[in-house]
Write a protein that binds this ligand. Structure first.
Ligand code: HEM
Length: 389
């Protein structure tokens, strides 16, 4: 059971600022057990990095219905990753630039005459979904289903009651099955066989004379949907929110677009779209004097590691010139995010094109910002913005 990943710790559920909770925990209980979730929580940079990297002591094997790259340890992980990384080469990603720019323009065009927009719903959410749908060969009329599946698959809950957990699992299982059936039908109808997309690349990919099975291919489609959409949405929206809070920096970026990637990079540390990932202990070990037992779940709090004062100077300050900036937002070790370059490219294009097209914009402070209800994703449900000319 992935209780640590799915159920929000009480401390997190009760605060509007996870960073206050992280700070308190780093100071008072950097490695602590939560009996409610039956899970260890780890908050300091060095421990989070170690948990993510050391697959011998901290396994990624989870007992879910669909096994993806994320749920494998080496050497199985290596074989599979060698396949799928063929669809994510720097060249493949760079070639997407004109398409991503065109999609951004399409999304921006209807907004330009408006005075108020929700930047999440109207830009930050649709952009990554359209990009990944395109990459997977999904037609535009099926995209709505993708949002529904994606929302269900990353949902978290505040209660560890068996009833609530059961309902969430049942919904997630159905979404996974629907997604699999969808792609199975497409693949077997040969609808995407000859198209130039990830699925066709992977269907023909070979590593050492070996090819991917249908189940492996399906689980990868599922993974892209959960891994790539909401994270990138949050990266775009978290960046804009941070810039609205720091108008001087926003103005600097308006004057010099070449600073945008540095700002996005610092947002990855300062307001990481991804706050935590779980692992399972493979043998009894001690961590900061605590006894972790074989089989127990551990939650590595990336969001906390990124604000660890022993690694980052003035960690609560947003500084686009920060260097070095070794945040853990894309993970560490063998599972390091496969889509990191794509996510950064999408965010860069989206924000650059917005600054070019919209002469002034500011946060609509009359609305209260609500965090999304997930344990491991970090972002806001809406970002109300007032546009000016
Ligand atoms: C893995 C974060 C965008 C595909 C990961 C991991 C993290 C992460 C933390 C490691 C999980 C672990 O250690 O268990 C993010 C963030 C993103 C983002 C913060 C956006 C800002 C994307 C995109 C894609 C993607 C756009 C693809 C379209 C993947 C895949 C893995 C992964 C396939 C699994 C890699 C493996 O297990 O070997 N991501 N991700 N991600 N991400 Fe991302």
């Amino acid at each position: 059971m992935n209780y640590g990943l799915l159920v929000r710790p009480r401390g997190l559920a009760e605060t509007n600022s996870p960073y206050d909770w992280f700070k308190k925990m780093r100071k008072n209980a950097p490695v602590s057990f939560d009996p409610e979730r039956n899970c260890w929580d780890v908050f300091c940079y060095e421990d989070v990095q170690m948990v993510l990297q050391n697959f011998r002591l901290f396994s990624s094997k989870r007992n879910g219905n669909v096994q993806t790259l994320l749920d494998m340890d080496p050497p199985t992980h290596r074989r599979y990753r060698n396949f799928v990384s063929q669809a994510f080469t720097p060249k493949t990603i760079q070639e997407l630039e004109p398409r991503i720019t065109a999609i951004t323009h399409e999304l921006l065009a209807p907004l330009l005459g408006k005075r108020k927009i929700d930047m999440v719903a109207e830009i930050a959410y649709p952009l990554p979904v359209i990009v990944i749908s395109d990459m997977l060969g999904v037609p535009s009329h099926d995209r709505k289903m993708f949002k529904e599946w994606s929302d269900i698959l990353v949902a978290g809950t505040q209660s560890a009651s068996p009833n609530v957990m059961y309902k969430l699992f049942a919904k997630q299982e159905k979404a996974m099955l629907d997604l699999q059936t969808y792609f199975k039908r497409k693949i077997s109808n040969r609808q995407i066989n000859h198209a130039n997309n990830i699925i066709s690349t992977l269907m023909t990919a070979e590593v050492g004379g070996d090819s991917l099975s249908m189940d492996e291919l399906l689980s990868f489609c599922f993974l892209l949907l959960v891994a790539g959409n909401e994270t990138t949405t949050n990266l775009i929206a978290n960046t804009m929110l941070t810039l609205f809070e720091q108008p001087d920096i926003l103005n600097q970026l308006y004057r010099d677009h070449s600073l945008i990637p540095a700002a996005i990079n610092e947002v990855l540390r300062y307001r990481s779209p991804f706050h935590g990932m779980n692992r399972f202990v493979t043998e009894d070990i001690q961590l900061k004097g605590m006894n972790l037992k074989k089989g127990q779940e551990v939650m590595a709090w990336i969001g906390s590691a990124n604000r660890d004062e022993s690694v980052f100077d003035k960690p609560d300050v947003f500084d686009i010139n920060r260097s070095p900036n070794n945040y853990l937002s894309f993970g560490a070790g063998v599972h390091y995010c496969l889509g990191s370059q794509l996510a950064k490219l999408e965010a860069k294009i989206c924000i650059t094109e917005m600054l070019k097209a919209i002469p002034t914009m500011k946060l609509d402070t009359s609305k209260h910002l609500r965090l999304i209800s997930s344990t491991f994703m970090y972002g806001y449900k809406e970002l109300p913005v007032i546009l000016g000319s």
